[in-house]
Design a protein around this ligand. Structure first.
Ligand code: ATP
Ligand code: MG
Length: 247
C-alpha cells in the first residue's frame, strides 16, 4: 500500500547570524493511509519545519518527502491536501461563509457542493450561528475552528494540522477529535502536531516524537508506552535526560 506521507532522511538547515542551525536532522517517517498520526516534540523540536517542507514552503537541505506518492517539490502533491497552519491568518474582512466560499473556489468546487459542504463544516465546527459575522469579530478559538473548516473544504485525502486544538476549549477539542475520527472512518489520513497528550492518546493510531530535529520514538501507543506508564512520562523520558524525575 502506498504511504500517505513518506519522509526520507530529511534535513533542514537554516542560515543564522551565528552560522547555521540544523532544525531537522535526517528525519525518516512514514504515515500510512487511513490512520491518524500525532507528531509530538518540545518547542523548537522541528515539527512546524517538517510540516512546512511537506507543504512546499521551505525546500529540504537534504533528503526528500512525498505526499500521496507525489514529491513535495511538485505543486500537484498538495491537490488532495488540507492544511491548518500553526497560527491561521484569516481575512478579517470576510465572514465565515465568505472565507469558505473563497477557499472552495480555489479548489474549483461547484456552487452546490460548496454550499452543502460549507453548511456541514460550519455545523461540525460549531460556527453555524456565527457564519455571517466578520472574522475580525471572532474569538481566537472561533478563528481556529474556522481554520479547520477551511482545511476541510476540499474533502482532502490527507489532512495536515499544526496544533489544531491550540486555544480551544474542552468542548471544541471534543468536536475536533470527533471530526478527525470521522475523517479516518472515511478512509482519510491525518497528520497533526500537538502538545495535548491526552488528545493524542485518545485519537491517534500512531505517534512520532521529535527532539532537536531527530526522531526519537515512533509507533503505536501500546507498543511504545510500557504498561503502567503514562504518555507524559514516556514523552519526557524520550525528549530529555530527566529519566525518572517527578512530573
Ligand atoms: N526561518 C528560520 N530561520 C532560522 N531558524 C528557524 C527558522 N524557522 C525555524 N527555525 C528554528 O528551527 C527550530 C525548529 O522550529 P519549529 O518551528 O519547527 O519548532 P516546533 O517543533 O514547531 O516548535 P513549537 O512546538 O514551539 O511550535 C527552532 O530552533 C527554530 O528557531
Ligand atoms: Mg510549531
Amino acid at each position: 500500500m502506498r504511504a500517505a506521507i513518506e519522509i526520507r532522511e530529511l534535513s533542514v538547515t537554516f542560515a543564522t547570524r551565528r552560522g547555521s542551525h540544523a532544525a531537522l536532522d535526517r528525519l525518516s517517517l512514514t504515515v500510512m493511509p487511513g490512520t491518524i498520526c500525532g507528531f509530538l516534540g518540545p518547542n523548537g523540536a522541528g515539527k512546524t519545519t517538517t510540516l512546512h517542507v511537506l507543504l512546499g514552503f521551505i525546500p529540504p537541505t537534504a533528503g526528500s518527502a512525498t505526499l500521496l506518492g507525489a514529491d513535495v517539490r511538485q505543486s500537484i502533491a498538495r491537490e488532495r491536501i488540507g492544511y491548518l497552519p500553526e497560527n491561521p491568518d484569516l481575512y478579517g474582512f470576510l465572514s465565515g461563509w465568505e472565507l469558505l466560499a473563497f477557499a472552495g473556489r480555489l479548489f474549483g468546487l461547484d456552487r452546490a457542493t460548496l454550499r452543502q459542504r460549507s453548511r456541514t463544516l460550519l455545523e461540525e465546527t460549531g460556527l453555524a450561528d456565527d457564519a455571517d459575522r466578520r472574522i475580525a469579530t471572532y474569538s481566537r478559538g472561533m478563528k481556529q475552528r474556522l481554520g479547520l473548516a477551511q482545511a476541510l473544504i476540499n474533502d482532502p485525502d490527507l489532512l495536515i494540522l499544526d496544533e489544531p486544538t491550540g486555544g480551544l476549549d474542552p468542548l471544541a477539542r471534543l468536536d475536533v477529535r470527533r471530526i478527525l475520527a470521522g475523517r479516518r472512518a472515511a478512509g482519510k489520513t491525518v497528520f497533526f502536531s500537538s502538545h495535548e497528550l491526552s488528545e493524542v492518546e485518545s485519537v491517534c493510531d500512531r505517534i512520532a516524537i521529535l527532539a532537536r530535529g531527530r526522531l526519537v520514538a515512533e509507533g503505536t501507543l501500546a507498543g511504545l508506552v510500557p504498561p503502567g506508564q503514562t504518555l507524559e512520562r514516556f514523552f519526557i523520558d524520550s525528549v530529555t535526560d530527566r529519566k525518572g524525575c517527578e512530573v
